[in-house]
Design a protein. Structure first.
Length: 666
């Protein structure tokens, strides 16, 4: 049976759609060209918002105040923690809840502001971002930055394995994204983690890479923080000369910028250096200076840490009562979660009670110090503890234990010496040396004056850009209006090209596309080709309006009987095609039987109570066919057989062929 020709409206729609596709290529090119100009992008966003283009909904709201503050955060204009906190609160009020883009950026700055002792906030942040890898963000950088905050939170909460795992995943993602600012943040986080674990060589390597990237990006504040961490790493490795070199560079910068918090960190580290070199009086002066600087920062944990540190040189100078007062003052804040200072506090209490002759109490402090230093792999702290333990057991005349702990002290001291020696070998792997750092810092200072003059020129340039924008504004509106109109027409024509206008089910073109994909996938599918019996009589007797209603009823009936993955399409006047993926002959015949019964039950009492309908159905199941026409030809032969068998029935091509072969043999 020949196929009915494609509906004329369908053909017209397809031609219009193909023509529009060519026009869209031109429009897309112009749109990309215009979008590449960042200074004009906001115009596109505003106009698109007015036109209700849902595809760019995240960009439809103009919020210049928020964008300015976010830019200032990114360009490191808020280095003072108090001012930064104030600006974050301001951003919270001016960014709307449904502004997903800016909300996600804001969250990356909010999480960085959480301090190490704010354990509840840290845990709350971890809980609120547990599904971060399943979310979608407007920028690939956002989930990486949020994961860095998660790593920091896990680190502060003592869950080091989770922190390390997140850092490694973040590094892999940042390398793929290839954003220098993001890479610098990741390397810095890895370096901070290494510092926290006492892996100072690894810390030097990672922080050095972060510093180099921050230098390239001209982010002086972040680069200075890198130098602060480098100095701290070298100090803890015992290389006080190199630590002092870096401290002197950044102390000048923090003094110029009046950043009291970070200046206190520098002074704090200088106090440690004086303590390590045996200059106890100078060490006390530095520690007390830091204590005064931090007294007004509303950070009781930091203040308590300084109190612990002050006790160390006081004990060395024999000022035991004052040292004990500082330690008593620190105890409420310095809990085991504050692992480093808690362990050192126990070591200082060990030394204090040993000198006081309180050996039982000293033994308790020894166990606490040893366990915490061991847990966090702090070899320098273990060296101090083992030496004091040797003295403690010797004082109790337990010379065997004293000798054992003295031996462990010598062993770990040798490891520390080897680590200090290794720092010089690691210099070969670093990407800069001390002289390069000094030169780069000098150039940064010189460039600042140059940039001030460039800023004035930039303002003039921006003024000229605004004039140019006003000239392109009209063109942008016309272009966008045309593009929206074409997009809407494209959607309409595409819908018309693939949908039967009468029954609103897929048409032949759509069905052929489905079959082509199934054949390409080598899917074992079946097709039902059915034709409404004597339908011409209905049109001739009752008119084409009634005939159209009947076709619509049949289409709805077929849809109700099909599975979700099946496709029913009208391919001609009263001809329908059903495609059944992953279906064998038996399943196809079961559906065909249901269709025969359901079409028999269709009635139109408003036309005639005696009017009944039936359909003849031809079925074919894919075996070795590779083209659409082959499988449809089999279905057509089966349909022809069904009509010759009295109509209102179904035939499978397999049975038709089998029957024909049988008759030929007889």
């Amino acid at each position: 049976m020949p196929f009915t020709k494609q509906n004329q409206r369908e053909g017209t729609a397809l031609k219009q759609y193909e023509k529009l596709q060519k026009n869209n290529k031109i429009i897309s090119f112009l749109y990309d060209l215009l979008s590449s100009n960042k200074s004009q992008l906001w115009l596109l966003i505003v106009v698109a918002g007015l036109l209700n283009i849902t595809s760019v909904a995240a960009f439809t709201t103009d919020n210049k105040a928020a964008d300015e503050l976010l830019y200032q955060f990114k360009s490191e204009q808020f280095t003072n923690p108090l001012i930064a906190q104030e600006k974050l609160l301001e951003l919270e009020t001016i960014i709307k809840d449904n502004d997903s883009e800016r909300q996600s950026v804001l969250k990356t700055y909010q999480c960085r502001a959480i301090r190490s002792f704010e354990t509840e906030k840290l845990q709350a942040f971890i809980d609120s971002t547990s599904d971060i890898n399943q979310q979608q963000f407007y920028s690939l950088n956002i989930p990486v930055l949020l994961n860095l905050c998660r790593s920091k939170a896990f680190r502060y909460l003592g869950q080091q394995s989770q922190a390390i795992e997140i850092n490694q995943a973040a590094l892999d993602q940042a390398i793929i994204i290839d954003d220098k600012d993001l890479l610098a943040s990741v390397y810095n986080n890895i370096g901070q983690q290494a510092l926290y674990q006492g892996l100072f060589l690894q810390a030097v390597d990672s922080i050095s890479q972060s510093f180099e990237l921050h230098q390239e990006l001209d982010l002086r504040y972040s680069a200075s923080l890198n130098l602060l961490d480098l100095a701290s790493a070298y100090r803890r490795l015992g290389d006080n000369d190199k630590a002092m070199y870096y401290f002197n560079i950044i102390e000048k910068y923090f003094s110029e910028t009046n950043n009291l918090t970070l200046l206190a960190n520098v002074e704090h580290s200088l106090a440690y250096i004086k303590l390590d070199s045996g200059e106890y009086l100078q060490s006390i002066e530095y520690f007390k200076k830091v204590y005064e600087l931090t007294a007004n920062l509303e950070n009781p944990l930091f203040t308590a840490k300084i109190a612990v540190d002050i006790s160390a040189p006081l004990i060395k100078l024999g000022q035991l009562e004052e040292a004990e007062q500082w330690l008593i003052q620190a105890k409420p804040q310095i809990t085991p979660e504050v692992y480093s200072h808690y362990a050192y506090m126990q070591a200082y209490l060990l030394e204090l009670t040993l000198i006081q002759g309180k050996y039982e109490e000293a033994l308790i402090h020894f166990q606490e110090a040893k366990n915490n230093f061991t847990k966090n792999n702090n070899k320098k702290g273990l060296a101090i503890t083992y030496q004091l333990a040797s003295q403690l057991f010797a004082a109790q005349k337990d010379y065997q234990a004293a000798n054992s702990w003295h031996h462990q002290f010598l062993t770990i001291h040798e490891e520390l010496d080897q680590a200090r020696l290794a720092t010089y070998n690691s210099e070969m792997r670093l990407r800069f040396d001390s002289k390069t750092l000094e030169d780069k810092q000098t150039k940064l200072i010189e460039f600042k004056a140059l940039k001030d003059s460039q800023l004035a020129a930039l303002n003039t340039k921006q003024y000229l850009q605004y004039i140019a924008l006003s000239m392109t504004f009209t063109f942008a509106i016309i272009l966008l209006l045309s593009m929206v109109k074409l997009m809407k027409k494209s959607q309409q024509y595409r819908q018309m090209a693939l949908t039967d206008p009468l029954t609103q089910i897929p048409n032949r073109l759509y069905a052929y596309n489905v079959m082509h994909k199934l054949l390409k996938q080598k899917n074992h599918f079946s097709v039902l080709l059915f034709d409404v019996d004597h339908f011409k009589n209905v049109n001739d007797t009752y008119g084409h309006d009634v005939g159209d209603q009947i076709l619509q009823l049949i289409a709805v009936t077929g849809q109700q009987l099909c599975r979700q993955q099946d496709t029913i399409a009208r391919i001609g006047g009263e001809e329908f095609l059903i495609i059944l993926p992953n279906s064998n002959a038996e399943q196809a015949m079961t559906l065909a039987k249901s269709i025969n019964v359901s079409i028999n039950l269709i009635d139109c009492p408003q036309v005639s109570e005696d009017l009944t309908f039936s359909a003849s159905i031809g079925i074919a199941t894919v075996s070795e066919e590779t083209i659409i026409s082959a499988i449809l030809k089999k279905a057509d032969i089966a349909l022809y057989s069904a009509k010759n068998s009295g109509r209102n029935c179904f035939k499978h091509y397999r049975d038709v062929v089998s029957s024909s072969n049988g008759e030929h043999v007889s």
